[in-house]
Ligand binder design. Sequence first.
Ligand SMILES: CC(C)(COP(=O)(O)OP(=O)(O)OC[C@H]1O[C@@H](n2cnc3c(N)ncnc32)[C@H](O)[C@@H]1OP(=O)(O)O)[C@@H](O)C(=O)NCCC(=O)NCCS
Length: 138
Amino acid sequence: MIEYRHNLEGITDDALSGFFVGWPSPPSVSKFREILEKSYAVVLAWDSERSEVIGFATAISDRVFAAFMPLLEVKAEYQKRGIGSELVRRIESQLGGMYSIDIVCDPELESFYSRLGYVSLCGQAKRFRSGYANTTFT
Ligand SMILES: CC(C)(COP(=O)(O)OP(=O)(O)OC[C@H]1O[C@@H](n2cnc3c(N)ncnc32)[C@H](O)[C@@H]1OP(=O)(O)O)[C@@H](O)C(=O)NCCC(=O)NCCS
């Protein structure tokens, strides 16, 4: 059964592994845990039979006006069952009445987000794909 959770209580590093598929420099599990702990809002999709996190979404925010969703992922074997959409809906409800919630996505995901009410805007982004700032994803 899939449950949705908002904290990491009792979740081991093993149960958090298997994400960031295809990333050139994925964060380690301990860095992933830190990302989840320090985000403004987090939703985890939890397979209670396998005791495993199978999807997650994060949001960062000024806590008043604007939020950004940097990460959303559902493990391949659980995709196309509505879990990704549910993670977005649940993180939106955690964010409450903010003016803006922004995401950046590849063009093929535009239809996924437009069904959830998102519109395409022009934007610019910089990515430090071989690590970030002064340190690496260790
Ligand atoms: C994007 C992602 C989170 C969607 O999760 P999911 O659980 O499969 O989403 P849902 O089941 O709610 O999908 C809803 C709809 O979007 C479509 N969809 C999902 N992923 C898609 C993709 N990669 N490309 C095109 N359409 C997609 C599904 O086909 C589904 O449509 P349907 O109801 O007509 O079948 C998942 O594909 C994923 O983790 N991808 C890899 C990481 C990624 O790209 N994250 C997004 C960063 S912006």
